[in-house]
Each structure stands twice: as C-alpha cells, then as structure tokens.
Write a protein that binds this ligand. Structure first.
Ligand code: NAD
Length: 292
C-alpha cells in the first residue's frame, strides 16, 4: 500500500506556482490577487479560508478577505461580488460555502464573473468542463485529477466508483474521469444515497472516490484487493484527548481499508491540501489569461 501524500504534493504544486509568480513579476506583470468572501462564524469555513489566505502568502499572491456577519442579505453579497468582478486588480474570487440558509448559494455563485470563478462552480465553467472546453475546474475534483496524474496512477479502462453526487465533488469528478484524456477514460459509476447494493458495486471498483460526509462509511469488505481509494470526506468526530475536542476523519475506514489498497489518501493530509493547490492553480491561470 502506498500513501498518496496530498500535503507534500500540495507544497510541490505551490512551489511551482510560486516560481511562476516570480517569473511573471520579473516580466513586469501584476501580482496575482485572490479575493475570498467569508460569511458568518462557521469554524470549518474560517479554517478553510485561513488556509487559502496562508497559501496565497506562501506563493506570493496578493489576497483580500471580505468578511460579513451571517445577517448579511443576499443582495449585499451579490453587490460585493459584482464590485470584485469590476475590480481590475482582482484575478480570482472565491465565496466560501456553505452560506446561511436565507441566502441562495446559486444566486451568489452565478454573480461571480466566469473569468474570475477560480472555484469553478459557475454554470458557465461547469458547462465548459462537461464539453471538454478550457474552463476553471472545480477545485476539489481538479486536486484529485492532479493527484492521480502526479502519482501516475493508471486510469484508462478502469472502473471508477464515485460515492456522492454533490455539485462540488462527486458529479464533476465523475465527468472528469470519464473524459477521453489522462487522467480519465474510466468507466464511471456515480452512486448516491438512493443507490442499491453499494457494497457489490464498490467490490467491482478499481478506483473508489468517496465524497459522502459520513465518517468511516466505506468498509474494508467493500474493497477489492489492490484498489485505489481517494477519500474526500472531512468529518469532525469528538476526541476528548485533543485540545480542540475533535479530530478529522475521512469517509473511509482507513485503518481497515488501507491494507487492501494499492494507493490510498489519508485524512487529513490527502485531498484537502490539494483543493487549496487547485484553487491557487486556477488563480494563477486567471491572472495569466490577462496577458495571453
Ligand atoms: P454533500 O454533503 O453535498 O453530499 C453528500 C453526498 O453523499 C450526496 O450526494 C448523497 O447522495 C451521498 N450520500 C449520502 N448518503 C449516502 C449513502 N448512504 N450511500 C451513498 N451515497 C450517499 O457532499 P460534499 O459537499 O461533496 O461533501 C462530502 C464530504 O467531502 C464531506 O465530508 C465534506 O466535508 C468533504 N469535502 C472535502 C473537500 C476537500 O477539500 N477535501 C471538499 C469538499 C467536500
């Protein structure tokens, strides 16, 4: 079994982007600039946004954080996004999800200019991705694609079972892995909460991508010997021995599943850091597109 070290790969990717920034500055170009919009006090969202801002600092991007209380109206958020669209210095915009229930996330996502949509959630980018056109890929699926690519994991003709059909992970990763390219050319089965016989389907998988949001959901008895397992889940479980009172667990029962795998991602330190690296890649691409 080989561990897919997302933390290390994310650092490598961020170093590569940092070099691109230096080259761009040497050519007299503008420093890439990411704007993050954070609403409310969701601790997980705050942690994610802080990690993204920190990555910007490490790479040499500018970053701007716009914070709103959870009383903010949808209209105020849309106006803030439109101002970021109009701001010439901003290359990429991310609105950290989830938003409070009184706000329609789609309305806010759609307010972002597709050219600055570095999280890849805008319907224009999703549509272009489905057609195989140049687009900003959704950050987590893009991170998974880079992980498979950098570890040279064979995907052609493989049966990939994706568990979970969210718009931000399961559905887009299923599309990317069925494309006629590398990584891709998989035969993909997209499973979800209404799927029957999930264990039997997983037992046929060469590659499993779990994005469900339930700790230890995927069991060792579901895994074929030698399978590749990508665990997207980030679940907080109570742990009194930790200062924070919790620890992070994936959607896969890592302890029992990992001995059966050829490759597996840990949680933490797997897909999470790659999501950040993918966001940085997209921001660099957005910045470069001004000069091409
Ligand atoms: P979600 O919470 O929007 O949806 C969960 C999905 O799981 C749904 O599509 C549902 O159909 C499916 N599901 C639920 N119960 C099921 C069952 N019994 N059998 C089969 N499928 C079932 O999903 P999400 O936003 O993609 O998040 C999933 C997990 O991934 C969460 O733990 C989240 O925190 C994590 N996540 C991690 C990253 C990262 O960067 N690593 C990014 C996004 C999400």
């Amino acid at each position: 079994m080989q561990l897919l070290d997302g933390k290390q790969l994310s650092l490598t990717l961020q170093n590569e982007i940092g070099l691109e920034v230096k080259e761009a500055i040497a050519l007299g170009r503008k420093r890439p600039h990411l704007a993050a919009v954070l609403v409310g006090n969701n601790p997980a969202s705050e942690t994610y946004v802080n990690s993204k801002i920190k990555a910007c600092e490490n790479i040499g991007f500018r970053s701007t954080l716009l914070q709103f209380t959870d009383q903010v109206s949808q209209q105020e958020l849309v106006v803030a996004v439109q101002q970021l669209n109009d701001n010439e210095d901003i290359d990429g915009i991310l609105v950290q999800l989830p938003l409070p229930s009184h706000i329609d996330e789609e309305k806010v996502t759609e307010a972002i200019s597709p050219a600055k949509d570095v999280d890849g959630f805008h319907p224009v980018n999703i549509g272009r991705m489905v057609k195989g056109l140049a687009s900003f890929l959704p950050a987590t699926p893009y991170g998974i694609i880079m992980l498979l690519e950098r570890y040279k994991i064979a995907t052609e003709g493989k049966h990939c079972v994706v568990i979970g059909r969210s718009n931000i992970v399961g559905t887009p990763v299923s599309i990317l892995l069925s494309r006629n390219t590398y990584p891709g050319n998989c035969t993909v089965t997209l499973t979800h909460s209404k799927t029957k016989h999930l264990k039997d389907i997983c037992l046929q998988a060469d590659i499993i991508i779990a994005a469900i949001g339930k700790p230890d959901f995927v069991k060792a008895e579901w895994i074929r010997e030698g399978a590749v397992v990508i665990d997207v889940g980030i679940n907080r479980v109570v742990d009194a021995s930790k200062k924070s009172g919790y620890r992070l667990k994936g959607d896969v029962d890592f302890e029992n599943v990992s001995p059966k795998c050829s490759f597996i991602t840990p949680v933490p330190g797997g897909v999470g850091p790659l999501t950040i690296a993918a966001l940085m890649k997209n921001t660099m691409t957005a910045s470069k597109s001004r000069y091409s």
